[in-house]
Design a protein around this ligand. Structure first.
Ligand SMILES: Nc1nc2c(ncn2[C@@H]2O[C@H](COP(=O)(O)OP(=O)(O)OP(=O)(O)O)[C@@H](O)[C@H]2O)c(=O)[nH]1
Ligand SMILES: [Mg+2]
Length: 339
């Protein structure tokens, strides 16, 4: 393998990066070899599954990881971070042998958890692996290739510190399937924004994928935005921290997950936009527009106002969604060691 070349390779543009740093899961399907490599490197892996009401899918996912581990030991710790789901998510996951935490009980002095990003951030306080992989827990067709595919480049390609999953996302509506109709927030918000403001990130096929991995030190060195802003924030912050050359993507195949109603997607889009706006503002590239979640703002609250036509006439609805920025976990862990 032309490892040294890859290790020292510095992309001059996205096209070049795309060619060099896009992998496929098939390249890592010799899982015994991958596990050997991991052992030689002396690395351990934590796989984190944030979940809210995923009792119907979490069991199958944990089973799939356990089965992979029997073939080749790739994951030392399976962590489920549960949103105190009412549907029995925690029980199902624990019965399959996962280590389960309530997102609200981890670092509880930070108050109740603010959505997905906060659950992921809190997981770093209990993740023991040298490498940490995140994966969504609402995937119906979760396959072992998601795991070895995502870990593959981290373990085998020198210089790679961060790997993002890529896949096709079919859109199923009634019985009709549109092959690439899923991932609407990605296509309509994230990619246009990246083209305008973070062109280095335009080569990622699924920048919002919940499947991604890095060494724990890298994740612990960046802040985490809460809610659905998390993936956008991680992409921008990892880019700033390690540069594009240390980032890779891997084709994991096809992935089907549930689809949210259009109105909910609007609020998800808003999270992505706010994450980008916050980073632009921090970099001095967005001076005029204030952050609606900051106290000195023209808009006092971080409400999302949503005007809709309903059978009962026109309505103006208000959704409160606070965007909180959690500090790098390394700072928290250092603080607790000093006490
Ligand atoms: N612990 C925790 N998990 C969450 C929370 N919100 C979402 N999740 C989980 O995070 C993962 C991704 O969330 P989804 O709501 O499916 O977001 P998405 O995959 O971007 O959206 P879809 O494409 O509509 O599925 C799933 O496993 C969710 O169960 C939360 O507040 N807390
Ligand atoms: Mg989902």
């Amino acid at each position: 393998m032309e490892t040294n070349e890859r290790g020292s390779y510095a992309p001059t543009n996205v096209t070049e990066w795309f060619e060099k740093r896009s992998y496929t899961h098939e390249e890592f399907s010799d899982v015994k070899k991958l596990a050997r490599r991991k052992r030689e490197l002396g690395l351990t892996v934590s796989l984190v599954l944030p979940g809210r009401n995923v009792a119907d899918t979490i069991g199958g996912i944990v089973d799939e990881i356990n089965a992979l581990n029997e073939e080749a030991p790739l994951v030392e710790q399976i962590l489920v971070i549960d949103a105190d789901s009412a549907d029995g998510t925690a029980e199902v996951a624990a019965a399959r042998g996962a280590e389960v935490y309530s997102e609200n009980e981890l670092l509880s002095h930070y108050g109740g958890a603010h959505g997905k990003g906060d659950a992921m951030w809190r997981s770093l306080s209990v993740a023991r692996g040298d490498l940490v992989m995140f994966a969504d827990a609402d995937t119906k067709d979760f396959e072992a290739q998601f795991v070895y595919g995502t870990l593959g480049p981290l373990l085998s390609a020198p210089g790679v510190r961060f790997v993002k999953g890529a896949f096709r996302r079919p859109f199923k509506s009634n019985d009709a399937v549109q092959q690439d109709g899923g991932g609407r927030v990605t296509e309509l918000t994230t990619k246009p924004l990246f083209n305008l403001f973070y062109p280095e990130l335009t080569g990622f096929v699924q920048p919002l994928a919940g499947e991604f991995a890095a060494d724990k030190d890298l994740f612990a060195s960046i802040p985490f935005l809460t809610g659905y802003a998390v993936e956008t924030g991680v992409m921008v912050d990892v880019l700033r921290k390690v540069g594009l050359d240390a980032m890779a993507q891997v084709d994991l195949g096809t992935r089907q997950n549930r689809h949210q109603p259009l109105f909910d997607l609007g609020r998800m889009s808003y999270s992505v936009l706010r994450a980008v706006a916050r980073r632009l503002r921090q970099d001095g590239r967005l001076r005029q527009i204030r952050d609606p979640s900051m106290p000195d703002s023209l808009f006092q609250f971080s409400d999302y106002l949503h005007a809709v036509a309903t059978p009962d006439g026109l309505k103006l609805r208000e959704h409160v969604e606070e965007l909180v920025e959690r500090p790098p976990m390394a700072e928290i862990l250092a603080g607790s060691r000093e006490q």
